[in-house]
Ligand binder design. Structure first.
Ligand code: AMP
Ligand code: GLY
Length: 437
């Protein structure tokens, strides 16, 4: 079977690496991919938003499965355009249509969905343009910290959490009045603040059946000890010590199952991955956000633990037989360290030579912001590479990941020193069993 994968980050390199291991694969194409994905498939020089070009490519290369890595093309209706094209009737898209993608694309839609289907999440109120004074008044009725979110996609910058009411008011003004967040901020959600520890849970679904994938913890802040600004993610660990069997069973029963059922009930066909961003509040899961894709860098930690054939699962989606497929998970631990360019998530230099990325043997190296320049690999983004170490326990996975990461060098290389180390402190909470269903 021929597969087209869309995206260019570390998540997509991990997906390409995993798909390439499948005995069901004939050819893999990645649009646009990166120097890492080139080892597993060919680069496709097409813009997936250009439907005519996409259609020609799919027909010419006899693509059966289109896997969409990032959320943008899904929110933008890529799946809808393929589904509505009679010439592409045999093509399966891994990722929802635009309506299902609203689970990520609109915070208000996601909150209403959760409310309707009784899925635990923070209490909220939504305000639209013209309701600025109502929104400001609402701050008087809730406790700090204030959580103010732009409704639409804002590249991780649309969430303001602050104890300072003035700052919360400014965020509301920026969104509802000054239009600083564009369309994404024309609708604003004010949420109750949840206290707990975060983790990410994942499932794959054909719209009817679903299978849980391994859970992971992401390290979102740039600095050690979760300090400094938010990033796309600076590291990941899977499994998560505090997401033990009991907790994951609750995630399955209270979040995953009602979400898949709810979509079906609402008449919204949903197929592909679903990322449940969760807060563990005293042992109970609350949904912070949904994403309609896998996480980055979580994917780089969870796919190395997935023993099952990913294309077999995709075929289960294509034929509506996911319930008959198996998800087998390696119970060892994976730790992923992101190597970034100094200055990220702000401004950073590009074009620095990368040394040692090809020499790593006992860990996985996934490319993100890299580029080949005259036979040399150079930096080309904020998050440059991610390195995943595997170990029989968390400590050995951390050691393996850092050992490998530190054999790679480039000018201005930055990484966090503490990925996974917060979880080592509580060995009594270590439990890794996967949920069976
Ligand atoms: P979001 O884009 O909705 O995932 O929010 C970004 C980050 O803000 C999350 O990963 C959490 O760390 C934090 N956050 C969002 N909503 C809440 C909430 N209701 N309570 C506490 N923290 C939150
Ligand atoms: N690592 C968080 C995300 O992919 O959204």
């Amino acid at each position: 079977m021929n597969v087209l994968l869309i995206g260019s980050g570390g998540r997509e390199h991990a997906l390409a690496w995993k798909i390439a291991q499948s005995s069901l694969l004939d050819s893999l194409f990645v649009a646009p991919g990166n120097p890492g994905t080139l080892r597993h498939g060919r680069s496709a020089e097409i813009d997936p938003a250009d439907h005519k070009a996409l259609r020609s490519f799919i027909l010419e290369k006899k693509i059966r499965i289109v896997v969409v890595g990032p959320e943008g093309p899904l929110v933008d209706g890529l799946h809808d355009r393929i589904a509505e094209d009679p010439k592409l009737a045999d093509v399966t898209v891994i990722g929802p249509k635009a309506e299902g993608a609203r689970l990520e694309g609109s915070k208000d839609f996601a909150k209403e969905f959760m409310f309707r289907h009784n899925i635990p999440t923070a209490a909220h109120r939504t305000f639209v343009k013209g309701q600025l004074s109502d929104a400001i008044e609402h701050l008087d009725r809730v406790n700090s910290p204030y959580v103010v979110k732009a409704d639409g996609l804002a590249a991780g910058k649309g969430v303001i959490i602050t104890n300072d009411k003035k700052e919360a008011v400014k965020a509301l003004r920026d969104m509802l009045q000054s239009g600083r967040f564009g369309e994404a901020g024309e609708r604003v959600v004010i949420e109750q603040h949840l206290k707990g520890v975060e983790c990410s849970a994942f499932l794959i679904t054909d719209g009817d059946a679903f299978k849980m994938l391994p859970a992971a913890k992401d390290y979102k802040r740039i600095g050690n000890g979760d300090s400094g600004p938010n990033t796309g993610g600076m590291g990941a660990v899977s499994p998560v010590t505090f997401a033990d069997k009991d907790f994951m069973q609750k995630v399955h029963d209270r979040v995953a199952a009602p979400t898949v059922r709810g979509m079906k009930k609402d008449g919204i066909p949903y197929q592909g991955f679903l990322f449940m961003g969760l807060m563990n509040v005293n042992g109970d899961p609350y949904v912070i956000e949904y994403n309609v894709r896998l996480g980055d860098p979580e994917t780089q930690a969870i796919l190395p633990r997935l023993k099952s054939d990913l294309l077999d699962l995709f075929e289960g989606i294509a034929t509506g037989t996911l319930s008959e497929r198996h998800v087998d998970v390696d119970d060892r631990t994976a730790v992923t360290i992101v190597l970034a360019s100094e200055g990220y998530p702000g401004e950073y230099a590009k074009g620095k030579s990368i040394i040692g990325a090809d020499l790593v043997r006992d860990a996985y190296v996934f490319h993100a912001g890299t580029r080949n320049k005259n036979d040399t690999l150079v930096t080309d983004g904020g998050r440059v590479l991610s390195v995943t170490g595997i170990g029989k326990d968390l400590e050995s996975a951390i050691a393996s990941a850092y050992r490998a990461a530190d054999t790679i060098s480039f000018e201005g290389r930055y990484r966090r020193d503490d990925i996974g180390k917060d979880l080592v402190k509580e060995p009594s909470q270590r439990a890794t069993a996967a949920v069976k269903h």
